[in-house]
Design a protein around this ligand. Structure first.
Ligand SMILES: Cc1cc2nc3c(=O)[nH]c(=O)nc-3n(C[C@H](O)[C@H](O)[C@H](O)COP(=O)(O)OP(=O)(O)OC[C@H]3O[C@@H](n4cnc5c(N)ncnc54)[C@H](O)[C@@H]3O)c2cc1C
Length: 380
């Protein structure tokens, strides 16, 4: 028995696409809305942990993801010295179980495309260029209002899922007054050729940046990143962005010498601020629920944002498909399964960032990372 026959999903990111896949697979009629005009090719790389890989298996996309990604099993720590001395190589915890890689790196637009194509293949109707602007709840359904090229449209659904990211319109329409807060850090990212010696993520804590890191995404490519104090970089023209990233990278060596040399205007250099927030209570109001970044965000210090978004979708649809009705019991079960886990991830990610901001050298980073890995190693 499924508690719903039709669902409107707002947002085609990881959370929305995952929810659409599972709902469509369960025979539910799904309409997926996105303000973007297509799946897009913006962005560079993403680090996906084992527990997210386990979710991708459940979504039926693992084989394709594996073909388009770069797996690795350990994390390197290097010093900000001229030799980029390797201080430690730490085996990654296999949070997705023994049969999956501990971590994969991937070109982010590939993952987005694979998920959306799967949802579409299973019958989800995708509405590109459809910006959701309003909703109203009846006793047994929700009317969703969106704007597209033909003007204002409306349709009723048994349930609406707001998977519309950090600055969620659905969250605001529900009157949930929680906003992402900037945590004080900004990140430069670039997508560049893979130096032959880069076969895993290496992190440097220290030097002019809080973190200098990279992650292989394929045999040919990596994404590299530098985390600094958040600044307004929005007015920098593209060539200045490249020059700034190159300047900050000057202090880092080993593979960074090659990375720095290959930085150019085709490197998709991009600057973003870190945020954190959590809806510390129910994520629904009536028959409308928010998941993914709409419900929580954190600095990507332990790379769990995508995993949490996918897991939110998995748990929500599992409960919806097993339930007879959309009632308080359903939402309570959803909260019990998701809120403590999301809170642990948000708090740990923020704690790690705060230690870096405070230059705390006594912080127990390995202990914190191990604690989170043990938690997320358990199925959601
Ligand atoms: C700098 C940075 C690096 C990160 N690195 C990692 C990493 O390495 N690993 C990791 O696991 N996580 C990482 N994350 C976190 C991860 O990217 C997010 O947690 C994840 O993408 C959230 O997915 P989502 O589906 O919830 O939201 P989104 O991907 O933001 O999708 C929301 C969608 O909703 C659409 N939308 C918004 N408003 C409307 C509207 N009104 N109507 C219709 N559509 C709308 C948008 O167009 C968008 O497509 C990183 C985050 C940042 C900021």
């Amino acid at each position: 028995m499924t508690a719903v026959r039709s669902v409107g999903v707002v947002g085609t990111g990881f959370a929305g696409a995952a929810a659409a896949i599972l709902l469509a697979e369960a025979g539910v009629e799904v309409d997926l809305f996105d303000a973007k005009t297509d799946v897009g090719a913006l962005g560079s790389g993403i680090t996906i942990q084992g527990n997210a890989c386990r979710a991708l298996v459940r979504l039926g996309v693992w084989d394709e993801v594996r073909q388009h990604s770069y797996p690795f099993e350990e994390l390197g720590l290097r010093a900000p010295d001229p030799a980029a001395t390797v201080i430690a190589v730490i085996p990654d915890v296999k949070t997705g179980g023994p049969d999956l890689p501990a971590t994969i790196g991937m070109y982010r637009p590939d993952l987005a495309r694979i998920l959306v194509e799967r949802a579409e293949a299973l019958g989800a109707r995708i509405h590109w260029g459809a910006k959701v602007e309003n909703l109203s709840q009846g006793d047994d359904d929700v009317e969703l209002v969106w704007q597209d090229a033909d003007g204002l449209q409306r349709r009723r659904f048994d349930l609406v899922i707001g998977a519309d990211g950090l600055h969620s319109t659905v969250r605001a329409l529900l009157g949930i007054d929680v906003q992402p807060r900037r945590n004080g850090m900004g990140i430069w990212r670039a997508f560049v050729p893979r130096p032959a010696e880069v076969t895993r993520t290496d992190l440097v804590y220290g030097g002019p940046c809080y973190i200098a890191g990279y992650c292989p995404t394929s045999e040919d490519r990596i994404y590299a990143y530098l985390v600094e104090d958040a600044q307004d970089r929005t007015t920098l023209p593209p060539e200045e962005q490249v020059a700034t990233m190159r300047r900050l990278a000057d202090a880092y060596h080993g593979p960074w010498d090659e990375i720095r040399a290959s930085l150019g205007e085709d490197s998709r250099v991009n600057y973003t601020w870190f945020t954190e927030h959590l809806i510390d209570g129910p994520w629904n109001r009536g028959r409308v629920v928010v998941i993914g970044d709409a419900a929580h965000s954190c600095p990507p210090t332990i790379a769990q944002g995508a995993a949490m978004s996918l897991e939110d979708a998995l748990v929500l649809v599992e409960l919806l498909v097993a339930a007879d009705a959309v009632d308080d019991g359903l939402w309570q079960r959803f909260s019990e399964r998701r809120l403590p886990r999301a809170r642990t991830v948000v708090e740990a990610s923020s704690q790690l960032a705060n230690w870096l901001l405070a230059h705390d050298r006594d912080a127990d980073v390995p202990g914190l990372v191990r604690r989170v890995a043990t938690l997320v190693g358990q199925p959601a």
